[in-house]
Design a protein around this ligand. Structure first.
Ligand code: ATP
Length: 238
């Protein structure tokens, strides 16, 4: 297995005390890697560190390349796409305009229309709503649009921050099924940050559990799911 992302001794803070205390893990190419843990554990901070929006210490590598510090644009150009919590689509713009914006880091433009069609194949509802303002979409559709927009940059690594937030369980499942299809069809590597541990472990290959800025448990999704004590201790009973 080829390692796509290497994280070693990662520290991060917002200038008011440390939030991540020496995180280390790696993600293989083509894997869905879940980051689980309670509220405030540091999951969002970890994604911000990976995509270069906050100050960090330690090592971050994508393949053989060191990820630049505090330079989200360069990180994006290297192939890391971040779908933040709360989605961050542009409400007044149409669905299709949002998708086009997602391609802004790409040098080659010729493939953009084809990739918009590809996103519509994954998310047929977005095609129906292509001319509609993003702000008028349902929560689930907005999350689909945010992921579709991230795919438009043709990333090597897709970072999803709590995509299930505010969505009904059925919609979340539908969304995760599509993420799995993208992962399988494109060998897209995904880091999925979630509080919804049970559902996430159905879709992830590996998982790391974070508590107060440290990894307290790592394993295959199967290992973590099958250990009831672990599930009860770290992930709560849902
Ligand atoms: P949640 O699921 O609630 O988003 P999380 O695991 O993603 O939780 P983080 O959002 O990474 O956790 O927060 C970790 C810690 O960092 C918390 O103590 C939080 O208060 C702090 N924190 C997060 N964002 C900031 C910020 N912009 N400035 C200062 N502290 C912050």
């Amino acid at each position: 297995m080829t390692t796509l992302l290497t994280v070693e001794d990662l520290h991060a803070d917002y200038g008011v005390g440390k939030v991540l205390h020496g995180i280390g893990f790696s993600v293989a190419e083509g894997e869905i890697c879940a980051i689980l843990g309670p509220n405030g554990a540091g999951k969002t901070t970890l994604l911000r560190a990976l995509c270069g929006t906050i100050r960090t210490g330690g090592t971050l590598r994508l393949g053989d390349v060191a990820l630049p510090r505090r330079n989200p644009e360069s990180v994006a150009r290297l192939g890391v796409a971040h779908v933040p919590e709360g989605r961050g689509t542009f409400a007044p713009l149409t669905v299709e305009e949002n998708l086009r914006l997602g391609a802004y880091t790409r040098r080659e433009r010729a493939g953009v229309p084809r990739d918009i069609e590809r996103v519509y194949e994954y998310f047929p509802v977005l095609k129906q709503r292509r001319g509609q303002a993003a702000g008028s979409l349902s929560g689930g559709e907005q999350q689909m649009l945010a992921i579709g927009r991230a795919l438009m940059s043709r990333p090597r690594l897709l970072l999803l921050d709590e995509p299930s937030l505010g969505l009904a369980p059925m919609i979340t499942r539908e969304l995760f099924e599509i993420v799995r299809t993208v992962n399988e069809e494109e060998r897209m590597t995904v880091i999925l940050v979630e509080q919804n541990a049970h559902l996430t472990l159905e879709f992830a290959h590996r998982a790391h559990v974070i508590e107060t800025g440290r990894i307290v448990l790592s394993g295959t999704a199967e290992e973590i799911r099958s250990d009831e004590q672990v599930v009860a201790a770290y992930l709560g009973i849902e």
